[in-house]
Design a protein around this ligand. Structure first.
Ligand SMILES: [Zn+2]
Ligand SMILES: [Zn+2]
Length: 359
């Protein structure tokens, strides 16, 4: 009999009033409950806000687990970029901002782990907004990449004032998926043998853009929480016990027992990707011995275009399908990406963490 799998959806790139966001932690929790999220991780710039973590909400079916981590950058750098998301570390590590490797090492020392935020960005010159891409690649031991950042992608459509107004009033028409360069970057890291995991997030600020006669909160938090999220899977449930559930969420993210889902076209809940070998099994983020072959299986919650990718190449594709199996006969990192038609064109919908088939 198959073991039960539990799935929880959360957003893990969010700013509050403690940096440049519009909402307090309690208000962010409220927006998350409204959006139907199970957890949120608030990541203010260069500050680890203490005393805010916990369950928010008054009923078991209307509550959210709120964790606090941070997004670190060096404000003194002249070359902009190098934003690092540090999760689960005990204590403040923002003082190490000038040295990204030091942040990674100190975070690890304190039980935490790091993801590179929006590693590839595009500038929005009409709004004097720069590309905050990752710059220093001579680093090791970080856990992974923020493959898809909703607001970062949105920014790339702000090519002029008029384009910006159009995009702001109908973002669904524009948002399409992770940048091809981000997928290529990830594939190259996997090809080099790194076990790079991925997450997706909103980068929610509740920013008010001022555009001529239009002035409004373009992206309320509860809207963003229904867009690009990280879905974790676990063989044990969240219980409502804060410490237990905090560890469950952080472990799944660190191990990559998760996928990135964009829920605007259709709910991304219910996607599964697993591997079955001789006397062994694995899920996303996990390792499995190749032996005489491993059966990979993936299932989507709705008819879509599914691709199994290894070394940057599509090994198997199912157009308008809901499930597929594939016998892996080589070692390597296997990942799944799913595209779905929405508002007249295919959109990135689901991006899984890899399953690592090893000798
Ligand atoms: Zn950032
Ligand atoms: Zn941010």
């Amino acid at each position: 009999m198959q073991k039960s799998i539990y799935e929880y959806v959360g957003n893990m790139h969010i700013h509050s009033v403690y940096s440049d966001g519009e909402l307090t932690h309690a208000e962010i929790a409220e927006a998350a409950i409204k959006a139907g999220l199970d957890f949120v991780i608030v990541t203010d710039h260069n500050v680890l806000v203490e005393g805010m973590e916990g369950y928010y909400g008054d009923r078991p079916d209307r509550r959210v687990l709120l964790l606090v981590s941070e997004e670190i950058h060096d404000p003194r750098r002249t070359q902009r970029g190098n934003h690092m998301l540090v999760y689960g570390a005990e204590g403040e590590v923002a003082a190490y901002a000038p040295n990204p490797q030091r942040i990674i090492d100190e975070a690890k020392e304190r039980g935490g782990f790091c993801f590179l935020a929006h590693p590839i960005e595009r500038a929005a010159p009409p709004f004097d907004d720069y590309a905050y891409s990752w710059q220093n690649w001579d680093i090791e031991n970080y856990t992974g990449l923020e493959l898809w950042n909703y607001m970062s992608e949105f920014k790339s459509y702000l090519t002029g004032k008029l384009a910006a107004v159009r995009a702001a009033f109908n973002p669904d028409k524009y948002i399409s998926g992770p940048y091809p360069e981000a997928l290529e970057l990830w594939d190259n890291l996997l090809i080099s043998g790194k076990r790079t995991r991925i997450i997706g997030g909103a980068d929610a600020h509740g920013t008010t853009y001022s555009m001529g006669p239009f002035k409004r909160v373009v992206f309320p938090y509860d809207f963003l929480f229904q867009c690009v999220n990280t879905h974790i899977v676990s063989d044990e449930p969240m219980t409502g016990d804060f410490q237990h559930d905090k560890m469950l969420v952080l472990r799944a993210i660190r191990e990559g027992a998760s996928y990135v889902g964009y829920s605007k076209p259709a709910s991304a809940r219910g996607f599964r990707f697993s591997a079955q070998g001789h006397q062994a099994a694995a899920i996303m983020g996990g390792r499995i011995r190749l032996g005489h072959g491993v059966t990979l299986q993936f299932v989507t919650p709705q008819v879509a275009d599914m691709r199994l990718v290894k070394d940057g190449k599509v090994l198997a594709q199912e157009v308008e399908g809901t499930h597929r199996t594939y016998i892996a006969s080589q070692t390597g990192a296997y990942r799944v990406e799913v595209y779905i038609n929405y508002k007249g064109k295919p959109r990135g919908w689901i991006f899984s963490n890899p399953i690592f088939v090893v000798d």
